[in-house]
Design a binder for this molecule. Structure first.
Ligand SMILES: CC(C)(COP(=O)(O)OP(=O)(O)OC[C@H]1O[C@@H](n2cnc3c(N)ncnc32)[C@H](O)[C@@H]1OP(=O)(O)O)[C@@H](O)C(=O)NCCC(=O)NCCS
Length: 240
């Protein structure tokens, strides 16, 4: 049955000559319960494993950005009605793991974002993780839309339900950051390395840092080029 899905995916996505190789790889890595019950569309050969168990799940991985190297993504979905969509131009390095063990949870990553050796984890029904376009997630980052274990207050009310994580467009998350449940990082923000993000921030273009993270600078912008390159380019421009 998986062969039929692989045929269909390849027929729609690839020109004829690329189909055979890609189909071979796809069949090795996709393990899903009867195909009509789930859809898996993967246009990136760097994804080494997609395991989907349940019904009504949808996994769609866009094409990796051209000219980028390495990386390995492994996806595990267990539950019903979950969704993972990663936009085209995604660039990844090291080992990326995405695990959903829930129902009706969703992870949507926009276009041209970058992620290096990190882990995204969802364990709560109906929870969402949204990551915008042109965003960089540096090495050893954890994005968990859940605490994994329940906490109750003195009246026995559950107090730590995970609902959403929202990371905007053109956000730069520094190395070793931990982003927990019910958090928001607005467009254009920078998160300092080693930070622990525990709440919803609302002002764009800030530097957020620390444990727990707080705003340390406002009205900033960042550029993917290193500072030394920008200085060189400015000097070259001034010398003209
Ligand atoms: C966030 C960062 C970019 C800020 O750089 P900056 O604009 O030069 O900021 P400053 O060094 O002036 O720091 C501003 C304030 O934030 C604090 N701060 C900066 N980074 C921090 C961090 N990671 N955790 C806690 N506090 C931090 C500083 O101590 C300073 O506090 P103060 O005002 O009380 O003195 C930098 O600290 C950082 O984390 N760099 C690592 C980036 C990274 O992971 N790169 C990997 C490639 S993707």
């Amino acid at each position: 049955m998986n062969k039929i899905v692989a045929d269909l995916i390849c027929a729609f996505v690839f020109p004829k000559k690329k189909r055979r190789d890609f189909k071979k790889k796809l069949l090795q890595k996709i393990k899903i319960t009867p195909p009509p019950k789930n859809t898996v569309i993967c246009r990136s050969v760097e994804v080494s494993k997609i395991v989907v168990e349940g019904i009504g799940n949808h996994v769609e991985i866009g094409e990796k950005r051209t000219g980028t190297s390495g990386g390995d993504m492994q996806i595990y979905v267990k539950g019903d009605g979950n969704k993972i969509v990663v936009g085209d131009g995604f660039c990844f390095g090291g080992e990326i793991r995405i695990d959903i063990l829930a129902n009706n949870a969703s992870i949507v990553i926009g276009k041209n974002s970058t992620m290096n050796k990190s882990h995204i984890f969802m364990l709560e029904d109906n929870s969402t993780i949204e990551i915008g376009s042109d965003t960089i997630i540096s090495w050893d980052t954890n994005i968990w839309a859940t605490d994994a274990h329940a906490i109750f207050d003195e009246n026995d009310n559950l107090i730590n339900e995970g609902e959403s994580v929202k990371i905007g467009d053109h956000v730069w998350i520094g190395m070793g950051t931990k982003i927990g449940k019910n958090t928001q990082i607005p467009d254009g923000c920078i998160v300092g390395w080693g930070s622990v993000v525990t709440k919803r921030f609302t002002e764009p273009n800030c530097i957020i840092a620390g444990v727990p993270a707080h705003v340390v600078k406002t009205k900033c912008r960042w550029d993917i080029r290193p500072p030394s390159q920008i200085l060189k380019e400015e000097q070259a421009q001034a010398a003209k």
